[in-house]
Design a protein. Structure first.
Length: 74
């Protein structure tokens, strides 16, 4: 399994296009310098009235399929 960390700052308005299905994937640059793409629905649990803000770790299987995303609490 491969793990990448990344930060994300999306306002509620920016996330709206993902929530309505106008955009399906989020692409981030990980702290390791790797571009990572995953379904926007994977971060739905982290959306607040302000959007999505924070640091996360994403786990991918050997086929680069999403296994899990967790918020990093600091």
């Amino acid at each position: 399994m491969t793990h990448f960390t990344f930060s994300i700052q999306l306002s509620a308005d920016e996330y709206q296009s993902f929530y309505t299905g106008a955009a399906r994937n989020i692409i981030v640059m990980s702290h390791q310098g790797v571009s990572v793409q995953f379904p926007a629905s994977a971060v739905r649990a982290f959306v607040t009235l302000d959007g999505i803000h924070g640091d996360f770790v994403i786990s991918m299987d050997e086929n680069n399929k999403l296994v899990d995303i967790q918020r990093i609490i600091s």
